[in-house]
Design a protein around this ligand. Structure first.
Ligand code: ATR
Length: 267
């Protein structure tokens, strides 16, 4: 039986074991997928012992994605650009690092929600690790314009500059968001974790698709989007399942049926 797992801290609420077990069932594979609580200061030791037990791969969640990036002996282009790793494939002595977060988001938008990003105006709120992780796959869809708005404006301008070779990007402060509608707004700030909504111009949500990377609760961003005439308001559960599917395929070569798993999770 091949072993996989997810490392994080905290980790008890992770849905990854349920998701990967359902993927394995679909594929007719017999796997074991564990949640592993790594000590905050000992990610490397914790993963080493898992690797020594003959594991085939693992996922990495908060707060270890940058440590996983440093642990990997090889990186995909996606992981290199994201500066963070959420999936490692173990191949002999090689630890191949990938980042499936952005691909997961794009696949959820396109495959599950029928939203094409080509030629669209996209506004991303936040300029931290979560934003960096999704930028390349979004830009690969050739949006008309990708705006990054952040509480600390300098971080948004820097991130936009870092990705300017991949598409039309610009960055500015949250207070500079215009009151004119965009096609898609993605909340990639961690404000929802504190029960907060970044303060921004209301008109920007008018008829927009509003996507929160968070899942499991109705966030203040989702409430704001609904109250401000968004066309569609979505949480990040689909992205969670899609990023897991891309990881599963990276490990096993089998492509899961994600819609079935999303349906099961939404109950
Ligand atoms: P993550 O890995 O989740 O992206 P991070 O790198 O710490 O975490 O980034 C958090 C992001 O959420 C940042 O863009 C942060 O804005 P600042 O760069 O100005 O700190 C944003 N953020 C967090 N709380 C926020 C709030 N209450 N309002 C607006 N933005 C917030």
């Amino acid at each position: 039986m091949n072993r996989y797992g997810v490392f994080g801290n905290p980790i008890e609420h992770s849905l990854s074991p349920i998701i990967h077990t359902q993927f394995a069932k679909q594929a007719g594979l017999n796997i074991q997928y564990d949640k592993i609580l790594a000590p905050i200061d000992d990610f490397a030791l914790s993963t080493q012992s898992f690797i020594n037990q003959g594991a085939k791969g693992f996922n990495i969640t908060v707060p270890f994605k940058i440590e996983a990036f440093n642990l990997a002996t090889e990186l995909t282009l996606n992981a290199q650009t994201a500066g963070a790793v959420n999936t490692i494939k173990i191949d002999g002595d090689k630890l191949i690092g990938e980042n499936t977060d952005g691909i997961g988001l794009v696949n959820d938008l396109i495959k599950n929600l029928g939203i094409n990003l080509n030629n669209k105006t996209i506004l991303i709120l936040g300029a931290g690790g979560a934003t960096r992780g999704i930028l390349l796959p979004i830009l690969k869809q050739s949006p008309k314009r990708l705006m990054i708005a952040n509480r600390t404006a300098s971080k948004a301008t820097q991130l936009a500059k870092d990705f300017e070779d991949h598409g039309k990007t610009c960055g500015f402060g949250l207070d500079k968001i215009k009151d004119t509608p965009v096609d898609v707004i993605i909340n990639a700030t961690s404000a929802s974790l504190d029960g907060q909504m970044p303060t921004i111009a209301n008109g920007v949500a008018n008829d927009a698709i509003c996507y929160d990377l968070m899942y499991g609760t109705q966030t203040p961003f989702m409430d704001w989007a609904k109250a401000n005439n968004a066309k569609m308001v979505v949480d990040g559960l689909g992205m969670l399942v899609e990023q897991a599917a891309t990881a599963f395929e990276f490990w096993t070569g089998k492509q899961p049926n994600t819609q079935e798993v999303i349906k099961n999770l939404r109950g």
